[in-house]
Write a protein that binds this ligand. Structure first.
Ligand code: FES
Ligand SMILES: [Fe+2]
Length: 442
């Protein structure tokens, strides 16, 4: 393993007490490109970063391209079935060696000068080796690797930080809610094998995090969607449970250690998730078929698996569970962010249920996420005024401060409190101001 000596880690002293206060944060943590460079190295590298789901690499020799911050990676499954997270970066002169988004390959050949690597990262051969005489040390010239990758029920994460606790501890109480999301599958496994919905917004990645457990915005930010739903389908469908006063609702938020968060909508959604779903194209036909096949009772039980679990679960820094989908936050630049929504199927569920999951998965990104991305761009535009320095995050401080964390360090607050935002920024600050010992494996 090699210690990294990246100049991005040697930063001038910053006054974090000034930048991130208990009730507000300074605009520059969003707008300053210097922070972005450091975030991409330390936050996405020093913490456990979500890479992909193991069902996306279903066979030996499967691979998938992902990013860890700005680092290009290839997650591979070698011929022994072992997973690797390789830097997609030729050891010769840095060209990427894999251009495909995903597929199967037992080796990767760089298109620049033909160096070829096995899918465990080792250098297999160089072109015209005579030009190196006997100086070529192939063992030292493999693709660099993320030294620690671990998975929790198929969710694969990586870190370059040897001081990070095991993934299970990093997730902590969050595992309960991931289990709840996954255990809706009769076979108790999630399958991520469909396409993805991608959207890019002009703005900083943390704007998506500010919104991730925000139960305050839906009745305003998604007003046109809720109004359309109410007129077409009635007031008990879709996200209309936010349209009443969300403070006067059993919904709540949780703030977990390491910056993770939860908005537990389920508590405000009534007994049946299926009954709340806005109709999607063909949904009545598919539901009728299921009833004919399984009988009414079994069909309605199965249909409960089609919608999302009623949770927004946020695993810092880049994984959001929303509806029945997995969203990955991918920063591209300080002012450009990609959000990728991966559809999921339930292992062992009736085919009709998984068809409905796809239709429902198409629904919110097309009708609701566009509202959020427009909002993020409006925030980004507003942040360009340097004289207006502060972003306020003090909602609910008076009540959440008195609630305090429980024995596990988890805080439970009203669905509209900004505690989850204050919480992820606490974790953000902790990693940004620490000396992160990043290492890579050969
Ligand atoms: S850069 Fe890859 S072989 Fe030269
Ligand atoms: Fe939203």
């Amino acid at each position: 393993m090699n210690a990294l000596h990246d100049p991005a880690l040697v930063q001038p002293m910053r006054d974090w007490d000034h930048l991130i206060q208990h009730d507000r944060v300074h605009r520059s943590i969003y707008t300053d490109p210097a922070y972005f460079g450091e975030e991409m190295t330390k936050v996405f590298g020093g913490l456990w970063t979500y890479l992909c789901h193991d069902s996306e690499l279903p066979t030996i020799n499967s691979f998938k391209r992902v990013r860890m911050g700005l680092r290009p990676l290839i997650v591979t499954r070698d011929r022994a079935g072992q997973f690797h997270a390789l830097f997609n970066r030729c050891a010769h002169r840095a060209a990427t060696v894999c251009q495909e988004a995903a597929g199967t390959a037992s080796r990767f050949t760089c298109a620049y000068h033909g160096w070829t690597y096995r899918n465990d990262g080792s250098l297999l051969a160089v072109a015209h080796p005579g030009g190196y005489g006997d100086t070529l040390d192939k063992r030292a010239l493999g693709l660099k690797k993320v030294p620690r990758i671990e998975s929790y029920r198929g969710f694969i994460f990586g870190t370059l930080n040897p001081q990070m606790p095991p993934l299970a501890d990093y997730l902590g109480e969050v595992r309960r809610y991931l289990d709840y999301f996954i255990d809706r599958a009769p076979g108790r496994e999630l399958v991520v094998q469909a396409g993805a919905y991608r959207g890019v917004f002009h703005g900083n990645w943390k704007l998506a995090w500010d919104n991730a457990a925000d139960g305050y915005h839906p009745s305003f930010g998604h007003r046109s969607l809720f109004e359309m739903t109410r007129v077409r389908n009635g007031s008990d469908k879709g996200g209309t449970h936010f349209a009443r006063d969300p403070d006067d609702s059993p919904m709540y938020c949780k703030a977990f250690p390491y910056g993770h968060g939860l908005l537990y909508q389920r508590a405000g959604m009534g007994p049946s998730l299926w009954q709340r779903v806005r109709p999607t194209p063909g949904s009545e036909v598919i539901a009728d078929q299921l009833i004919a096949e399984l009988g009414e009772k079994a069909a309605f039980e199965a249909l409960e698996g089609a919608p999302g679990a009623g949770i927004n679960l946020n695993i810092f820094p880049n994984l959001l569970i929303i509806g029945n989908q997995i969203q990955v936050v991918e920063p591209l630049a300080h002012d450009k962010t990609q959000l990728t929504w991966h559809a999921t199927k339930l292992d062992g569920a009736a085919e009709g249920v998984n068809q409905l999951r796809m239709r429902i998965a198409e629904d919110f990104p097309n009708f609701g996420e566009v509202d959020d991305m427009e909002t993020f761009e409006r925030c980004w535009e507003g942040l360009q005024a340097p004289e207006a320095e502060w972003v306020m995050m003090h909602r609910g401080l008076h009540r959440s401060a008195s609630a305090g964390p429980d024995a596990d360090g988890v805080q439970t607050v009203s669905a509209t409190d900004e505690a989850p935002m204050r919480n992820y920024l606490k974790a953000y600050r902790a990693i940004m101001e620490s000396e992160v010992p990043l290492v890579v494996a050969d």
